[in-house]
Design a protein around this ligand. Structure first.
Ligand code: PLP
Length: 440
């Protein structure tokens, strides 16, 4: 027996202690399965306490791009920890943050000038929305309206939740969330007309969108031309365009940043998740010079009074720098291209099964819908049952309702990719032959 295997009675004890004291995110303690006890992770693999290994098929919530335990990230973290662990970022600065800001600005499309640090995706969004609203306040006008896309997800704090699509996540708070106008990712004539009408009243401060792929909304992939049309109207009415690249950033959808495909770059971009290669919490809200300048003044009231305790944590910045070096490497773009090509071959095979539809690939994301009109939405029981099916076959996937997706770290080998594709095909085959009920 492997020495790293924990005895089943010790695992049971851990789970009891967990259940006693811990409240897990997005988890219904009354229904969901017990959590997996994970003891270690290396590369694309999670090692469970009982000795089983799972392929991390969703990059630990879309963050881990270079695999777990990457030596370059470990070295950066260790070195930084022993040099400068943390210091407040108001009135102090440090080299890891300065270098990261410079390098991210250089990697983004032209037009960005300043970097504001926070520590997770939701706060990066809060910062972006507050900047957009205060930008106008600093100009002596009030623009309090926000436009967002339908099916969007921007995080779970109040402002981010308000910008996101409403549903079971937001229902208890709906009356407390600021209202947001919405247009769809179809961008048809009616959408464009609505968008223009909304912008033309001079009250809209910002338009926020996940470029290229809407993640939590169900891996919705849509055309950049749609955003170009909205972006053009934003420019005409001076509406600030905010790209939420918390999920799409750092190569996930193919290009380094999905917003680089826009004809005119956005005014603000939000980055987190893969920023540190998926190892430490950190986020950036990056703005154009025009926005930053609206806050520079001898008048204190124009200050952006916002900051989080762990803003620009030096260890997280050092790791982000190391991760960026890996991401900018030719090897990384080659790995992404290899995965995208393999995903497309798998997509063609999946298309032969009758129970799956909307099979789609963008960058390293492969997604499809389980056909089942009754079972849509995040709380669909398909996701729980399908997740268990995949785990039993060595792959960690967490379907979003009836949307199954595979979003691996870029280090997955061809043989690991193939083993996941086999499991996906086995799944598609089973539900095509025996129906969804075979899962339950
Ligand atoms: C995950 C996510 C967020 C929120 O990030 P957290 O770090 O979970 O707060 C915001 N926007 C998008 C597009 C995301 O995928």
């Amino acid at each position: 027996m492997n020495s790293s295997v924990t005895s089943s009675s010790s695992i049971r004890t851990l789970l009891q202690r967990d259940q006693q004291s811990i409240w897990h995110p997005f988890t219904q303690a009354g229904m969901d399965q017990e959590p997996l006890v994970v003891t270690s992770a290396q590369g694309s693999r999670l090692v469970l306490a009982d000795g089983r290994e799972l392929i991390d098929g969703i990059s630990s919530w879309w963050c881990n791009i270079h695999g777990h335990g990457h030596p370059a990230l470990i070295e950066a973290a260790t070195k930084q920890f022993s040099t400068l662990d943390h210091v407040l970022f108001a009135g102090c600065t440090h080299e890891p943050a300065i270098t990261l800001a410079e390098r991210v600005l250089a990697a983004l499309p032209q037009g960005f000038a300043k970097v504001f640090f926070s520590d997770n995706g939701s706060t990066a969004i809060e910062v972006a929305i507050k900047l957009a609203v205060q930008y106008w306040a600093n100009h002596g006008t009030r623009r309090n309206k926000i436009i967002a896309l339908s099916d969007s997800y921007h995080g779970d704090t109040f402002g981010a939740m308000a910008a996101g699509a409403r549903g079971v996540f937001s229902a208890p708070f709906d009356t407390m969330l600021f209202e947001v106008d919405r247009v769809s990712t179809r961008g048809d004539a009616a959408d464009i007309q609505l968008f223009e009408r909304l912008c033309s009243d001079g009250q809209v401060s910002a338009f926020i969108f996940e470029p290229s792929v809407q993640g939590a909304g169900g891996m919705v992939m849509y055309k950049t031309e749609v955003l170009d049309r909205y972006r053009e109207i934003c420019q005409r009415y001076q509406v600030i365009a905010i790209a939420d690249e918390v999920m799409t950033g750092f190569g996930r959808t193919g290009p380094l940043f999905a917003c680089s495909l826009l004809t005119t770059p956005p005014d603000i971009v939000c980055l987190s998740k893969a920023l540190t290669g998926g190892s430490l919490p950190l986020s950036l809200t990056v703005t154009s010079e025009r926005i930053a300048q609206a806050f520079v003044s001898p008048d204190h009231s124009r200050t952006f009074f916002h900051g989080h305790t762990y803003t620009a944590n030096p260890i997280a910045c050092a790791v982000a720098n190391a991760s960026l070096t890996l991401t900018l490497n030719d090897e990384c773009s080659a790995a992404r291209a290899r995965i995208e090509a393999a995903h497309k071959r798998c997509a063609a095979r999946l298309a032969t099964y009758s129970a799956v539809e909307n099979i789609r690939v963008r960058g390293t994301i492969l997604a499809f819908d389980v056909k089942d009109s009754e079972q849509r939405g995040y709380t669909s029981s398909i996701s729980r049952a399908a997740g268990a099916f995949f785990r039993a076959r060595g792959v960690l996937l967490r379907p979003l309702g009836n949307v199954v997706y595979f979003m691996p770290p870029y280090c997955l080998t061809d043989s690991e990719l193939n083993s996941v594709y086999c499991v996906l095909e086995e799944f598609a085959d089973m539900i095509s032959k025996r129906g969804i009920s075979a899962l339950m």
